[in-house]
Structures are given as structure tokens and as C-alpha cells.
Design a protein around this ligand. Structure first.
Ligand code: FAD
Length: 300
């Protein structure tokens, strides 16, 4: 099927993008993260977000990365924050230090149990018990924009879709103004989810989280843990390419392009990309979506 990209320009509709990074562990990783940030910055994303390691393990590195983005770029960073392994007072201090560093956007999450994904979550003694409580706590502390997660295939711990969407509703009622979805490969999950969410009166933007598959095996294994399904057709596309990274990258670009163009056909105009700290695939997909570096504006 030909994708009707012309509808974007006909309707004068702009596509908005945002990018997610993770805090680097080594100086080499820091250098490649900054290369990616510098390559993507001219695309003028709505915001860029920086994740928070499981168990709060990257608290300082997340803060340092976000603070550097504020100091050295024109980007608007959002800092991820979880309820894990910290008291309310400790988390509130982290939030205040973000405010002092000029950050006004937090991605508020419950986080996974310290024992890892799949374990039973227990609130830290004196800590925020749920993501909803965290959203409310952040909103009390300052004038922050608060983004939350959403799960088109349901969070693995939720008993039903309805319960999952009730939790999203509670987060919105507590002050969340946007949601980003867990990644998915079958757009039907996202579109059905969106219908259910709207039917429950949730009207905030629900950005589809798009993951360009840099490494199929890793992505598939992560997907299994987070409850995102990996369709057989996707596995088939990467089959036999284990030792052929160049072809894998072309396939990854084609798969992600197909996914976002399908979503554009469905009227989606805002996309969140899990960059894995690499710019090239995401830059190419943004180009396809008509998102151009500012310097190119007005070019033929
Ligand atoms: P929540 O919305 O809090 O839901 C978690 C579970 O608790 C659901 O099953 C829900 O039904 C249940 N629940 C919530 N409230 C109630 C209630 N009142 N009663 C009964 N059940 C309830 N993890 C990190 O460690 N660091 C990150 O930076 C990070 N970034 C993420 C970004 C995005 C966009 C997404 C989608 C996930 C991210 N995660 C991150 C993963 C996330 O922390 C885990 O998926 C975690 O298991 C759930 O946290 P949550 O805030 O997404 O879910």
C-alpha cells in the first residue's frame, strides 16, 4: 500500500518527534551519546528524555546528563524518575535539584522491583507507593510537566486492560499531561488501545514509543520481559542476518519506516523514539516523516 504522506503537507500538519536517551556509563559511551544528541538537536524535537536506571542506579548519571543538556543545548530535557529504592524525601530532593538545574519536565514511573523485571514490586519504606502518588508528589513540588507510561499490550502485572487503563486515568487525574507507550511492533495494538483510552475519557496525548531494532536478539529478549509481543514476521525479517550488521540496519530502517508511515496514515502526528543513544536510524526515519534540520528549512 502506498502511504499517503502528502496528506501531511496538504493538511499543513506537522509531525512532532521526541527522543529518548539513556545515561552513559563510560567516557566512550558519553562521547557517542553526545554525537547522537548533536546530530538530532537540529530536528528540534518537542523534548528529549533521559532514563533512570533500574533501582535508581543511575541517579547521578541521569542528573548529570540532563543538566548538561540544559547547559549546552537548546533542547528541552525530561528526566525519568522512579519510586524505587528511595524515600519520598529523597525523591523530592531529586525533583527539587532538577528544578534548580532548570528542568521542568519529569517522566514519572513506578519502576521495576529491585529484584528485576517480573519480581513483585514492594514500595520502599517511606517511599512513593505508586506512579500515581509520584505524579501527585511532583506536581505538588513545582510547576512541572509530568509524562507517564502507557501499555498498548497491557502492563504484565495488570490483571485486565480495564485495570491498566484505570491506572492511566488515575495518573492523569493526579496531574500527568502526556503518556509515552511501551514499544510495540503491531500498530493494531496501539490503535485499539487508543480507542479504549479515549472511550474512558482520557484525552492527553499518547505518544507511540517507536524502537528502531538495532539488535533483534536484544530487542526480542527485552520485549519478552516487558510484555511487548514480537510478531513472527519481524523475526523472519531478521532471520539469518546475525553476522550481517549492514543488512540488519537497512532492514531495521525499513521496518521502523513502515511502522511510522502506517501510523501517519492513521492520523498519528507525534512520535517518541527510543534512540538507544544512536542517531542514524532515527534521523533517517524523521527525514521520511518530513522532519528536517532547521538549517535545511527553505531548501528546495
Ligand atoms: P504503572 O503505571 O505504575 O503500573 C505498574 C503496575 O502497577 C501495573 O500493572 C498497574 O496496573 C499496577 N498498579 C498501579 N497502580 C495501582 C493501584 N493503585 N492498584 C493496583 N495496581 C496498580 N523503568 C525504569 O526503571 N527507568 C526508566 O527510566 C523507565 N522509563 C520508562 C519509560 C517508558 C515510556 C515506559 C513505558 C517504561 C519505562 N520504564 C522505566 C519501565 C517501568 O518502570 C516499568 O514498566 C514498571 O514495571 C512499571 O512502572 P510504570 O510507571 O510504567 O507503571
Amino acid at each position: 500500500m502506498a502511504h499517503d504522506l502528502s496528506r501531511l503537507s496538504r493538511a499543513g500538519t506537522a509531525v512532532n518527534v521526541s527522543f529518548e536517551f539513556f545515561p552513559p556509563k563510560t567516557s566512550e559511551m558519553e562521547a557517542s551519546l553526545w554525537e547522537a544528541i548533536q546530530r538530532l538537536e537540529p530536528l528540534q524535537p518537542t523534548f528529549v528524555s533521559v532514563t533512570y536506571g533500574a533501582g535508581g542506579s543511575t541517579r547521578e548519571r541521569t542528573h548529570a546528563t540532563v543538566a548538561r543538556i540544559v547547559r549546552e543545548t537548546a533542547l528541552k530535557p525530561a528526566a525519568h524518575l522512579t519510586c524505587v529504592a528511595a524515600t519520598r524525601a529523597e525523591i523530592d530532593d531529586v525533583v527539587r535539584s532538577y528544578y534548580d538545574a532548570g528542568v521542568r519536565h519529569i517522566v514519572a514511573l513506578r519502576g521495576d522491583p529491585v529484584s528485576g523485571i517480573g519480581g513483585r514490586f514492594e514500595a520502599h519504606p517511606g517511599g512513593y507507593e505508586t506512579s500515581t502518588a509520584l505524579v501527585a508528589g511532583i506536581r505538588r513540588l513545582g510547576d512541572f510537566e509530568v509524562t507517564v507510561s502507557a501499555y498498548p499490550e497491557k502492563h504484565p502485572e495488570s490483571s485486565t486492560f480495564d485495570q491498566d487503563i484505570d491506572v492511566l486515568k488515575a495518573k492523569v487525574d493526579a496531574g500527568a499531561t502526556r503518556a509515552i507507550t511501551q514499544f510495540f511492533f503491531d500498530n493494531a495494538f496501539y490503535l485499539r488501545f487508543l480507542e479504549k483510552v479515549r472511550a474512558k475519557g482520557i484525552n492527553i496525548p499518547i505518544l507511540p514509543g517507536i524502537v528502531p531494532v538495532q539488535n533483534f536478539r536484544q530487542t526480542a529478549s527485552f520485549a519478552r520481559k516487558t510484555g511487548a509481543s514480537v510478531p513472527q514476521w519481524l523475526a523472519d525479517r531478521f532471520e539469518g542476518l546475525e553476522d550481517d550488521p549492514a543488512t540488519r540496519r537497512l532492514i531495521a530502517a525499513a521496518v521502523a519506516a513502515e511502522q511510522v508511515l502506517d501510523l501517519v496514515d492513521e492520523g498519528v502526528t507525534d512520535f517518541h523514539f527510543y534512540t538507544m543513544n544512536r542517531a542514524d536510524l532515527v534521523f533517517a526515519i524523521c527525514h521520511l516523516l518530513g522532519v528536517r534540520a532547521k538549517a535545511e528549512e527553505g531548501a528546495a
